[in-house]
Design a protein around this ligand. Structure first.
Ligand SMILES: [Zn+2]
Length: 166
């Protein structure tokens, strides 16, 4: 029987991956693009953590994010990239754990005024920054929460049979 090589992430491994800071100082008018590559453990994302069973939070890999900024021609700073992970949700049909892997594309427009926010609302997703801090953890968590399925469920055939609920 082949040995399992599933990519489990032990705490010692995740320490080696660069952890994204909760927020970074963000020079809004800086011309140079910024790049952020790193991971965020689920234990640092309280609103997501709440949705999952406690034991799942410690065994799941961290959220991986690759983000970059660039000035947009029509105003603001474009923040784009990807966020990937796998969450353990609860199936609404059988109440058993349900793996929900995701790979989200992020495209946010960072703005510093409500006027810009209103002006850009029709053709992009503006994010109003209150100050010179970019809240990386919060915005990553926001995007994942927005993408969560309304009623997570296995496909009808793949729910584990009733009677083996723990
Ligand atoms: Zn199910």
């Amino acid at each position: 029987m082949p040995t399992s090589v599933s990519p489990t992430v032990s705490p010692s491994v995740s320490v080696l991956q660069r952890m994204l800071p909760a927020q970074v100082r963000f020079a809004y008018h800086a011309v140079r693009p910024l790049e952020f590559n790193g991971v965020v453990p689920l234990s640092r994302l309280p609103r997501l953590r709440e949705l999952m069973q406690a034991d799942a939070v410690d065994t799941l890999p961290p959220v991986a994010a690759q983000l970059r900024t660039e000035h947009a021609k029509d105003g603001g700073v474009q923040l784009s990239g990807r966020v990937q992970c796998c969450l353990s949700l609860r199936c609404e049909r059988c109440l058993q754990p349900l793996d929900w892997p995701f790979d989200l594309e992020l495209a946010l427009r960072l703005v510093r005024s409500e006027a810009d926010e209103r002006r850009l609302l029709d053709h992009c997703e503006p994010l109003l920054l209150d100050d010179d801090w970019l809240p990386l953890h919060r915005l990553i968590e926001d995007e994942i929460l927005l993408a969560l399925p309304m009623a997570p469920a296995h496909s009808a055939e793949s729910c584990p049979p009733l009677g083996i609920n723990r």
